[in-house]
Design a protein around this ligand. Structure first.
Ligand code: AMP
Ligand code: MG
Length: 429
């Protein structure tokens, strides 16, 4: 028998029962909003282990421990200008002998009385000096220095001197655990001698797509088949995150195959993402296959469009499992809105980072419509100007071409209409 033809089970009472079933969604929602579901999920997630990592390889990773300054910044009083170090009390003299030079990176000589020393930006202030006059305000003649009268009248004690510790005192907090190692963080770590910061290890994400109708995007589908686009969408969403490794397997709609694949994935996955097979269809086996693997369901169904049938679960050791409804736009939206924060929490970046701002930016819609629905509504939008976006005409959660014209989506609460502003979630990072 060809795989596509399934045995007819005979009439009986089932068709009658189906006709009598209410047409409303069968989901009862454990949480009233996506935000509350995310908060509940994050509370169960355990971050991966941390270990020291060479600073040269640490870009983009997440700091696992607070970093403190090993010494003041700047370490000593230094000049903020190229010029001359002198004593304010001597300033009335018409000119000064140039007694020598402060070599940058070296201990400075003592400033002789009634004289000045050449100094460059970053040079240590010589003992006895209390001002720096910048070179532009001076003239030199025969090893003597004259300061312009205008500059003289402006000079104040401490002029152009950066005081030791004025940026940060020794032992102060430089950056906190949970911060991604951005270029400026890497620079600060280097400056304070953190050669091997403690960072959370990379996270392994396993993506399991499901569906008998799917072929690889490399293959030619029959008229009845579809190319799998969800695995590529998730890869494109997650791979740019510098600490994420992503692997994909496809499973047919068979409960024991699914259960085995989930068991196998859970031997290595830090977070498990599934697509499809999580709704109410008679061949949607994902929820049962997860339960068979002791994944605890925190929610199955959220009051949102798209993505209503989403299942959020947790393993006994605190790894997130998200089963995303299979429609390509549902996958994009629910992955961005719900799976990404869960993955970041597992990666140790849960507290709100450069990657996942706790407060999404807010956009005004230039073409709002008046179509309230009773769900949280994620609507694809295209950015038009700073702070503004337009709704994209999207036919359904299967309209991935519509989503491809959008830059991301805005989230409207139930019954909300109008221009907003509404929180905006870009597709990518
Ligand atoms: P499901 O959630 O399994 O009922 O799937 C909902 C819809 O999404 C169906 O039309 C599927 O064919 C489609 N779909 C499911 N998985 C994928 C995938 N990996 N790539 C593209 N379309 C998919
Ligand atoms: Mg399916």
């Amino acid at each position: 028998m060809p795989e596509c033809i399934l045995p007819f089970r005979g009439p009986g009472i089932l068709p009658v029962l189906i006709l009598l079933m209410p047409r409303e969604t069968p989901f009862t929602f454990s949480f009233p909003s996506p935000a509350e579901a995310i908060t509940a999920l994050l509370a169960h997630i355990t971050p991966v282990d941390a270990a020291p990592i060479p600073l040269e390889q640490a870009a983009g990773r997440i700091l696992a421990a607070d970093v403190r300054s090993d010494r003041p910044s700047p370490p000593v009083d230094v000049s903020a200008m190229d010029g001359f170090a002198l004593r304010l009390a001597d300033i009335a003299a018409p000119d000064f002998p140039i007694a020598g030079e402060v070599r940058i990176g070296c201990e400075p000589p003592v400033l002789p009385l009634n004289a000045c020393l050449r100094i460059v930006t970053g040079g240590a202030i010589p003992p006895g000096a209390d001002i720096v006059v910048k070179r532009e305000d001076t003239t030199e003649h025969a090893q003597r220095l004259a300061i312009s009268p205008a500059a003289k009248s402006r000079l104040r004690s401490g002029e152009f001197i950066r005081r030791s510790g004025e940026n940060l005192a020794a032992g102060s907090l430089v950056v906190s655990a949970g911060t991604p190692i951005t270029p400026s963080v890497a620079s600060a770590l280097a400056a304070f001698g953190i050669a091997a910061p403690s960072a959370y290890r990379r996270v392994n994400i396993v993506v399991l797509t499901t569906g008998d109708e799917l072929v690889s995007f490399n293959d030619t589908p029959t008229r009845w088949q579809l190319r799998d686009s969800n695995s590529i969408a998730l890869r494109a969403l997650l791979s740019p995150i510098p600490f994420v490794d992503c692997r994909h397997l496809h499973i047919r709609d068979d409960q024991s195959a699914m259960s085995d694949a989930i068991a196998n994935a859970l031997t290595s996955a830090d977070a498990l993402l599934l697509t499809g097979g999580v709704s109410m269809g008679h061949r949607d086996f994902v929820a049962d296959a997860l339960a068979a693997n002791d994944v605890r369901t925190l929610f199955h169904g959220l009051p949102q469009r798209p993505g209503k049938p989403i299942l959020g679960g947790i393993t006994s050791d605190g790894r997130p499992v998200l089963a995303l409804p299979g429609n390509p736009v549902s996958v994009m939206v629910t992955a961005r809105r719900i799976a990404v924060p869960a993955i970041l929490a597992r990666a140790g970046a849960g507290g709100g980072t450069a990657l996942q701002s706790q407060a999404p930016s807010q956009l005004q819609l230039t073409n709002p419509d008046a179509k309230p629905i009773d769900l949280w509504w994620h609507r694809p939008v295209r950015l038009t100007a700073p702070g503004h976006a337009e709704l994209i005409d999207s036919k359904s959660s299967g309209d991935i071409a519509g989503a491809a014209r959008a830059d991301g989506f805005v989230e409207l609460p139930p019954q909300a209409t109008g221009p907003g502003p509404w929180p905006f979630y870009p597709w990518g990072f």
